[in-house]
Design a protein around this ligand. Structure first.
Ligand SMILES: Nc1ncnc2c1ncn2[C@@H]1O[C@H](COP(=O)(O)OP(=O)(O)OP(=O)(O)O)[C@@H](O)[C@H]1O
Ligand SMILES: [Mg+2]
Length: 189
């Protein structure tokens, strides 16, 4: 059975080395699953509770590099490497980091697991059908029309992670519920 949100326990979240450092909650999942929406809400609510927090989103990294980054394995891994670097630096400075990034591919996930301290890997889950119905960026519609052929979940199968620390099901739970449970675990810690 997939691990649920009860796995978001301080011992899991802060299970490793540096007691002064912040934690890293890495949210991964398919396009339109709700990573950015959930991460934005969590960071805003943590700050309201006086807990220093910062969001790094895969889209920011892509916007920064612009046309220089494509959607092949090398480019996807590069986005993840930059996010890992930023997350570690911010966590070292005591911030609680939330990363929102697709993080497709086992090599990218292994890279995160091996290189991020105080990590909680959260799988933001939503069926591809549900994601395609939401489609706030219109990417599924573009893929269906054949305008893009790089959309994971449509052009390639989306592989769920096999070892998430928690599963955040955005079809079964509201944004408020998911964000509330995450924030509560930080407030308790
Ligand atoms: N429980 C929920 N949690 C988060 N988002 C939800 C939920 N229910 C519905 N949504 C909606 O799902 C959409 C998710 O879009 P969002 O941009 O956050 O996805 P994403 O995972 O960041 O996608 P991408 O990989 O393209 O950046 C939003 O329109 C949001 O309002
Ligand atoms: Mg996003």
């Amino acid at each position: 059975m997939a691990k649920g949100m009860q796995a978001l326990d301080p011992e899991v979240r802060r299970g490793d080395s540096d007691p002064q450092g912040g934690s890293v909650l890495w949210l991964l999942g398919p396009t339109s699953a709700g990573k950015t929406t959930l991460a934005t809400r969590v960071v805003a609510d943590l700050r309201k509770n006086g807990i220093p927090a910062i969001l790094f989103d895969g889209d920011e990294v892509r916007d920064f590099f612009g046309e220089g980054l494509g959607f092949g394995t090398g480019s996807r891994l590069r986005v993840v490497s930059v996010l890992v670097h930023l997350a570690n630096k911010a966590a070292d400075a005591g911030l609680n980091v939330v990363v929102a990034a697709l993080t497709a591919g086992q090599d990218a996930r292994d890279h995160v697991r091996e290189n991020v301290k105080n990590l909680t890997l959260g799988y933001v889950s939503c069926s591809i059908q549900g994601c395609a119905q939401r489609d706030p960026k219109g990417l599924y519609r573009r893929a269906m029309r054949g305008e893009i052929d790089t959309l994971i979940g449509y052009n390639d199968a989306y592989q769920p992670p096999d070892d998430p620390d928690l599963v955040l099901d955005t079809e079964a739970h509201s944004l408020e519920e998911l964000a509330g449970r995450i924030v509560a675990s930080y407030v308790r810690a």
